[in-house]
Unconditional design. Sequence first.
Length: 115
Amino acid sequence: MFEAIFTICYGFGTGFVYTTVLYHAWLYFPGREGTISGIVITGFGLGGFISTTLSTKFVNPHGVDPIEHDAQHLELKPFDKEVASNLPEMFSKITNLWVVIIVISMLLVQKGPSV
């Protein structure tokens, strides 16, 4: 159930954010929609790459390999407690990083061109 709700909410959330950013980027650079679309799409891709890399480094800093289990032991966890215990700290670090990015972004917002 969690997977279904998460993927639906994530998909809608990303779609709303993506189209809003793209639309406003087009307003700032009329006549250059193709170039601006490429820059925005690159930013979204790099953002996913960077956040995945940071999350992995925070949760599994020593590169511990997952534990192999046979099909009869699916209830067992793929990582030991050392890696699992880093998860709450990772959420805290990522949240703090997002707060800093959002505050800096809010300070840089300017009035856009009138439509």
